[in-house]
Design a protein around this ligand. Structure first.
Ligand SMILES: [Fe+2]
Length: 260
C-alpha cells in the first residue's frame, strides 16, 4: 500500500515569506509533483507544523491548497500550530473523544495512528495522560495488527542539541506503552526538518525534510537551532506485510531523468 508523508509546511498568509522562502509556493510545487507522480497514493499524512505561527489565514490557505491535491489528507499538528485555530478551520478533521487531533485509520496494511503532541505556548512536545491512554487503547485494540505511528515530536533524541531539548517530554511513559503492546512497526516523525532514520527500542523510525526551510546538520551548536536551505522533500512510503519502505522525493529538483 502506497501512502505519502509531508511535514513542517510552516504556512503563513499568502505572499509572506519564512526565512526568505515562500511556504505557499513550496507547498504548491509539492502538490503539483504529487498530482503528477503519485495521484494513486491512498492518502498523505501531514506530521505537523502546518502553520508557522498558528495563524488563521495559514490554515485557510492550507484548506484551499488541499482542494487541488488529488490524494486525501490527514492532518496532525506540531509545536508551531494552534489547536483551536486549526480545528476552527478544519472542523471536519478527526479528533479523539478528548478533543485532541488524534486518529486511527484502518487500512489493509495495518492501523495508521496519528498522535497530537502539541502543548500550547511551548516548543517541546507532550503526551498527557489522556492522550497516552487513548494511544494505549488503540494499541490494545489493534492486537496483532501492524501499527504505524505518526507524530510531530520525536520521542527520542537525535544528537541535534537544541532540537533534542524540544523533543517529546514524555519519552518514558510513551516507551512503556509501546513496549507493552509490541505491535508498532514504524514511527513516522516530523519536527526535525531533515532526513533522519534509525531505530528506537528496536522500532524503526524515519523523518524527512520540511517543505520550506531545514535544520542544519550541526551536532555542536547548543544555543539556538541552526537552519539551512537544503532541498525539501516529501516521502513515498510503501507499507507491506514484510517490509516498510520510505523513499524521499525532492520535488524542487527539475533535472531530467536519463538511462544509466
Ligand atoms: Fe517545524
Amino acid at each position: 500500500m502506497k501512502i505519502l508523508q509531508i511535514s513542517d509546511t510552516h504556512l503563513v498568509a499568502p505572499g509572506e515569506e519564512v526565512y526568505g522562502l515562500d511556504p505557499m509556493a513550496r507547498l504548491t510545487s509539492c502538490f503539483d509533483d504529487i498530482n503528477e507522480q503519485h495521484p494513486d497514493a491512498e492518502f498523505v499524512v501531514f506530521t505537523g507544523d502546518l502553520a508557522h505561527r498558528g495563524g488563521e489565514r495559514a490554515y485557510h490557505l492550507l484548506a484551499e491548497l488541499l482542494g487541488r491535491l488529488k490524494v486525501p489528507a490527514y492532518l496532525l499538528i506540531g509545536n508551531h500550530d494552534d489547536r483551536g485555530r486549526f480545528q476552527a478551520a478544519f472542523s471536519g478533521a478527526p479528533r479523539d473523544p478528548n478533543g485532541f487531533v488524534q486518529f486511527a485509520i484502518g487500512t489493509p496494511a495495518g492501523r495508521c495512528i496519528g498522535l497530537d503532541t502539541n502543548e500550547p505556548n511551548v516548543h517541546y512536545g507532550r503526551l498527557c495522560r489522556q492522550r497516552l491512554d487513548w494511544l494505549d487503547a488503540q494499541l490494545r485494540d489493534a492486537a496483532d495488527e501492524p501499527v504505524y505511528l505518526f507524530m510531530h515530536h520525536p520521542p527520542f533524541e537525535v544528537g541535534l542539541k537544541e532540537m533534542d531539548t524540544i523533543a517529546l517530554k514524555d519519552k518514558g511513559a510513551f516507551a512503556d506503552i509501546v513496549a507493552a503492546r509490541n505491535n508498532v512497526r514504524h514511527i513516522f516523525v516530523g519536527h526535525l526538518h531533515r532526513s533522519v532514520s534509525g531505530s528506537w527500542h528496536n522500532i524503526p523510525f524515519s523523518n524527512l525534510p520540511g517543505t520550506n526551510h531545514q535544520v542544519a546538520l550541526d551536532f555542536v551548536t547548543e544555543d539556538g537551532v541552526p537552519g539551512s536551505k537544503e532541498p525539501p522533500a516529501y516521502a513515498v512510503v510503501f507499507l507491506e506485510p514484510a517490509s516498510t519502505l520510505v523513499h524521499l522525493r525532492n520535488f524542487t529538483d527539475r533535472t531530467a531523468t536519463f538511462m544509466l
